[in-house]
Design a protein around this ligand. Structure first.
Ligand code: ADP
Length: 494
């Protein structure tokens, strides 16, 4: 250690330098009195004492240690004694010593950081201790306030069942609030790792939802999904997570943070609602089927009727029954779309042939609209033919619904990289950009005067997008208000 002896210093110069130094105080190593030999202006100011009351007095006469905790190893007396015994500098990063206000005489809470440097005399013994202090009350209080506000947030989150998590993308370091373990069905304070939590996610959801959402979040910055998890007792629960990605100044993703809530109850409510819709739709289907059969029978029986009203009424009645059947089928499909309930029956087939079949089925409802198809050469896909047909049929019936009579609806298939793209273009009312993002959501319908007289429930496109996503394809729309829309989807080639 450098020799910090004062023996050779000019006493007047030393005094001046010392008094101008930041928060410093020099005490003699004359334990237990520890006489104060010098003090700087800054020290006097921050401790609210006068030089004449300090210099020459014992340290503990000026700064009494009567309230010190006997078990605290950082009290000034213990530290000074240790510095003399060991001859080594001792730092105390934080300690509390309250200061008396000169005017009000009231004690105010203060925190300090101090350093105690031994000053050796020529024989090598410690002659003085240089005690330098910095008032860190502001920092300590700010830290306390931050901890308090974090605790308050944690308590509020705890009360509402929300857990917080943070993931370091590079190191995979994962930290979370205590609520997390309860959401994943463990005892409070149980130690669980990120891989353990990942293993609790339903394997299908991990593959289809979590990984896709994660990769999407690295680009978009937003992270959100609902998945099924298994508790250690093997019961199944639902969780919803929502979060964001923090990027560094090079725009590389660094950390992800978010919240997790258990949404099992609301999912069960939704399931009950779905079951009800499924049951009601199923019950409605049977009488409707026989109604249709009777109308068709009547059409045959009365085909020779001379009254044209009979034939046209029966055609209209049949049309209405068909419309209602489509709606009811839509509701039935909707109730089956929940994860785990939509089963794909995949086969290899030619998509152009399917488009032609669906056009043929829709010719009657197309009325005066003309349906034109420009196929690409034979394209095979491995998909659920009926469900893909349902998507194309939905695109066509929307194009008919939302475009003027007599206009053309153009269908095309084309190859884009290793996917086939199927498009349906109409010359109809078009869709505003703000609605284009939302029309694939469940029950979303554009609120417009034009739309009021067009019937629908806003489920067709939702079902279509679910079907296409389950086939690992993409669904999209391009549209200009008043000019028309092009609805497309892609499917991987077989
Ligand atoms: P529905 O047609 O039964 O309301 P969809 O889910 O099929 O339900 O469509 C959702 C909404 O998207 C429709 O209400 C409509 O506002 C808009 N939309 C769909 N297809 C078209 C189209 N071809 N042209 C204009 N708007 C459309």
């Amino acid at each position: 250690m450098a020799d910090t002896s004062t023996d050779n210093l000019n006493e007047g110069l030393f005094q001046l330098l010392f008094e101008k130094s930041p928060g410093s105080l020099l005490v003699k190593a004359d334990a237990p009195r520890f006489t104060i030999a010098a003090v700087s202006d800054a020290y006097l100011q921050i401790t609210s004492v006068q030089r004449e009351d300090v210099v020459g007095n014992g340290f503990f006469e000026v700064f009494p240690d009567t309230g010190d905790d006997p078990n605290d190893e950082n009290t000034a007396r213990k530290v000074f004694t240790k510095v003399i015994e060991t001859g080594v500098k001792i730092d105390v990063p934080v300690y509390r010593f309250d200061i008396q206000d000169t005017v009000t005489k009231k004690l105010s809470e203060h925190y300090w950081s101090c350093s105690n440097i031994p000053i050796h005399c020529s024989e090598g013994k410690v002659a003085y201790i240089l005690n330098t202090v910095v008032d860190i009350t502001g920092e300590v209080k700010a830290k306390q306030a931050a901890i308090e506000s974090e605790n308050r947030l944690l308590m509020a989150a705890d009360a509402t069942g929300i857990a917080f998590w943070v993931l370091d993308i590079k190191t995979a370091d994962f930290s979370f609030s205590p609520q997390m373990v309860t959401i994943f069905g463990h005892q409070p304070n149980a130690e669980i790792s990120l891989s353990y939590i990942r293993n609790q996610v339903h394997p299908d959801d991990m593959q289809n939802i979590v990984l896709t959402a994660y990769n999407r979040a690295l680009v978009s910055g937003q992270y959100e999904y609902e998945v099924r998890i298994f508790w250690p007792d093997e019961s199944m629960r639902w969780i919803r997570t929502k979060g964001m990605v923090l990027f560094n100044d090079k725009n590389q993703p660094e950390r992800m943070l978010g919240t997790i809530v258990d949404v099992t109850e609301s999912k069960r409510d939704e399931e009950r609602k779905n079951d009800f819709i499924a049951m009601a739709s199923h019950e409605l289907k049977t009488p409707l089927t026989s109604l249709k059969a009777y109308i068709q029978l009547l059409e045959v029986k009365l085909s020779a009727s001379p009254d044209p009203f009979v034939a046209s009424s029966l055609t209209k009645a049949l049309n209405q029954v068909n419309k209602m059947t489509t709606l009811i089928h839509g509701f039935l499909d909707l109730s089956k779309i929940e994860p785990g309930k939509l089963h794909l029956k995949k086969n290899i087939f030619d998509i152009n042939k399917l488009v032609q079949d669906v056009i043929a089925e829709n010719r009657v409802i197309a009325g005066t609209h003309s349906l034109k198809f420009t196929p690409h050469c034979e394209v095979k896909v491995n998909a659920d033919r009926e469900k893909i047909g349902q998507v194309i049929s939905n695109y066509i019936s929307n194009a008919i619904k939302y475009s003027p009579k007599g206009s053309t609806i153009a269908l095309t298939t084309e190859i884009i990289e290793n996917h086939v793209s199927v498009s349906v273009a109409d010359q109809g009312i078009g869709i505003k950009p703000k609605d284009q993002e939302k029309i694939f959501q469940r029950f979303y319908r554009v609120e417009d005067d034009d739309m009021k007289h067009i019937a629908g429930f806003g489920i067709g496109l939702y079902l279509s997008s679910e079907i296409i996503h389950r086939h690992k394809g993409q669904i999209s729309v391009q549209s200009e208000e008043g000019k028309g829309s092009v609805f497309s989807f892609t499917l991987p080639l077989a």
